[in-house]
Design a protein around this ligand. Structure first.
Ligand code: 0O2
Length: 206
């Protein structure tokens, strides 16, 4: 494959449609929650197709050839969905819902909320396989597409954005202190997330 052509080949045009197809039931779940309880299950739903350059870099890093097949079958985050909630229990509600969607199969789950990373990172990650009414890279229709879903609270999200900035800094003064402050703040935010949920329950039970 030439490097000027998208790694996704002709599937580059299909991917956004698949992504919308996958996002539609999640949006529907949120709308139903608002109708039945008056409250959303999430605050933000964002999704993206991994850029051509990031996907090529990942193929190289993982030792795969830079082909559409690698990008869409061997690597599972060409479609990335991030769901940002107000409260921790909403994350688990959404996970239960995703597991009930007939076209969706869970391939991998990482609960970095109950088992946070040593740096303090918290989020729930799932790799999902969807059966969709679009052709896939093997020529199957219905096709099979993968998506990585990250679920986190607003607090976890703002922490991850700040910590992400650190990763892209080449040289940074006070790195040790910053890393340890980030860990301390991550733990404080986790404790605030628990308190926020308790206060919400107290308000809503009245
Ligand atoms: P970016 O720039 O956000 O896209 P792999 O997917 O195989 O490369 P792994 O370890 O299997 O890596 O995946 P994991 O742990 O599920 O993490 C995947 C994504 O989660 C990362 O994507 C980040 O978006 C996020 N993430 C994981 N750990 C951290 C962390 O410590 N800090 C922050 N800020 N984000 C994290 P990318 O492609 O690495 O990065």
């Amino acid at each position: 494959m030439s490097t000027t052509e998208s790694i996704y080949g002709k599937y580059g045009d299909i991917l956004p449609q698949v992504m919308e197809y996958i996002a539609t039931p999640i949006k529907g779940f949120n709308e139903d929650a608002i109708k039945s309880t008056g409250h959303p299950v999430y605050e933000h739903l964002i999704y993206r197709i991994k850029s051509d350059s990031s996907m090529r870099e990942k193929c190289i890093r993982k030792g795969f050839p830079e082909t559409s097949e690698s990008a869409l079958k061997k690597i599972h985050d060409a479609i990335g969905i991030r769901i940002v909630t107000g409260y921790v229990d909403d994350i688990y509600k959404i996970i239960r819902y995703m597991k009930s969607v007939p076209s969706c199969k869970v391939l991998e789950e990482k609960d970095y909320i109950r088992n946070s990373k040593p740096n303090g990172y918290r989020s729930y990650h799932m790799i999902l396989e969807f059966t969709v009414p679009f052709e896939d890279v093997k020529g199957d229709n219905p096709g099979h597409y993968y998506a990585e879903i990250q679920l986190r609270t607003i607090a976890m999200d703002s922490w991850a954005s700040l910590e992400h900035e650190l990763k892209y800094k080449q040289e940074i003064g006070n790195e040790k202190m910053i890393v340890s402050e980030l860990k301390r703040v991550a733990d404080e935010l986790a404790s605030c997330d628990v308190s926020m949920q308790t206060i919400r329950d107290l308000i809503r039970q009245n």
